[in-house]
Write a protein that binds this ligand. Structure first.
Ligand SMILES: [Zn+2]
Length: 173
């Protein structure tokens, strides 16, 4: 880890163009390709950003799902958006540490819930058997998976056996 890099959580100061904080604000405009209500920063895809010169930035991203074709779009979106702002982006894909749903911010979890997707529980990344416990409609714990791959690769579809409400569960890792 280079000392010049800053973690998202520790970003405090700004420099030149606005520095890393302005970069993050820009990147926050990019929605997740699969879940448009949350952006790639909230989702934890953007791991760190670093201005390497006045007009060049290095962006490290971690895919949420190794086979997610959406990651290619994200890289293109980042390059395009920064270019529009006069910045040349070097996007690096960082596989390790592996993305976990724990990196999703609390704010983004609320947005997921509002969007009708049951957000993953914190710590769920440690278990392969994690699954939603409660139906978002009636609160019943009597739920079952009806489709491993829901509307997208990153979600699976569940159904409540009591009220029969089908719902999506965000299941990446
Ligand atoms: Zn229910």
């Amino acid at each position: 880890m280079q000392s010049s890099k800053k973690n998202i959580a520790s970003l405090t100061s700004a420099s030149s163009f606005g520095g890393e904080e302005a970069l993050l604000n820009l990147l926050s405009q990019i929605p997740d390709p699969e879940i448009p209500v949350i952006n790639i920063v909230e989702l934890g895809i953007v791991r760190d950003v670093n201005m390497i010169s006045e007009k060049e930035a290095e962006i490290n991203i971690t895919p949420t799902y190794s086979a997610c074709p959406a990651m290619y779009n994200i890289e293109e979106d980042i390059v395009k958006l920064l270019k529009e702002n006069g910045i040349t982006a070097k996007v690096k894909t960082q596989i390790f540490p592996i993305w976990t749903t724990d990196w999703i911010t609390d704010q983004a979890r609320e947005k997921l819930r509002d969007y009708g997707i049951v957000p993953p529980e914190k710590g769920a990344g440690e278990s392969h058997l994690h699954r939603p416990k409660k139906c978002p409609r009636c609160g019943s714990e009597n739920t079952s998976e009806i489709s491993r791959f829901g509307s997208t690769l990153c979600k699976s579809t569940y159904q409540c056996k009591d009220c029969l409400e089908p719902f999506d569960y965000f299941k990446c890792h």
